[in-house]
Design a protein around this ligand. Sequence first.
Ligand code: COA
Length: 362
Amino acid sequence: MRNAAITGWGMAVPERVLTNADLERMVETSDDWITSRTGIKERRIVGPNDSTTSLSVAAAREALDKAGLTADDIDLIVVATCTPDQFLVSQACLVQAELGGNAGAFDLGAACSGFVYALAVGSQFVQTGLHDRVLVIGADTLTRFVDYTDRSTCILFGDGAGAVVLEATDAPRGLLSTVLGADGAGNKHLYIPGWGAFVPESAELFPEYRPYLQMNGQEVFRFAVRVMGDAAVEAVAKAGLTFDDVDMLIPHQANMRIIDAAARRLALPREKVWVNLDRYGNTSAASIPIAIYEAAEAGKLNEGDNVVLVAFGGGLAWAAGAVRWGVEGVCRDAACRQRPVVVSEPARALAGAVPAGTMPDG
Ligand SMILES: CC(C)(COP(=O)(O)OP(=O)(O)OC[C@H]1O[C@@H](n2cnc3c(N)ncnc32)[C@H](O)[C@@H]1OP(=O)(O)O)[C@@H](O)C(=O)NCCC(=O)NCCS
């Protein structure tokens, strides 16, 4: 069975830091309230020179470097984001424009669960044999849509991007199991109003619409505690593992109380749970790949380790997977990295049969 090993990882966050002390000066809140209710101490906020593109590109370049690849080696770029810089074209094409190459490129929208969804999609392309190398990016700049007079949401979010490179291997590496779920009826609990409501014609029709993130915190909290535990347990079971086999839990970084609840369900001690939300807050689709990056760079992920990823967010959606860390079986020599450009048989036949600039019948 072909698998998709993670062979490169990268991350990027803006330089600008927004601390709890800064927020105390902006809204009626306190460091003590934010820390005890969420675990967050500070977050990174995009400045005038940052964008979802710039953060994605920086993370992607680092991931490619770590994998020893260039953009030309990549077959497909998938960007998970709910805050693309443009609605047309895709965020993935904007990233590719900077990186170079001709890989297929598209976006995937599953909000904070987006990276795990995208990892599942990217891995499928490798597992089926359609592609050999896929770049998966999770990137969001949600603070552009946060109302900094609303204390119930502005304390939570930060910006960032994380990326991984997937490469084919016959060894049991990469995503071993996938759990994807959604409860679309819960869309009203966490959303950003659509731009359809902001065209001049509709401003009068929708006077109450504001372009800011809206959230029912308590409802999302209850949902998160339930699905994070359930999805993580299911991912472990589907991979044929036991809780004892889990070396690291990398959860979506939204709230320390939610992370603790998920860890308890897997009976994992704190040292086996990667936590960085104190420094970045909730970076949406970037949260898990940034945590993967930090755990890998800290030397906490070793060849053959079992890592459980679990995320939740707007949708309401959730996603989890068990990943076997390491690069066993991945081709590393130059010869097998040089691939001829393959023209499929139907394309070749079409090229011969149809004069340029005309459409074939039927
Ligand atoms: C947002 C969240 C931290 C709020 O914590 P909570 O314990 O549920 O707090 P509540 O909403 O019940 O509010 C309790 C009180 O604190 C107040 N409060 C809200 N935000 C506050 C803030 N930043 N500072 C001080 N007080 C605040 C509320 O107004 C309320 O006051 P009241 O009792 O006088 O009405 C929590 O619900 C949460 O983390 N939910 C999940 C959100 C999430 O993860 N979203 C992203 C998903 S990807």
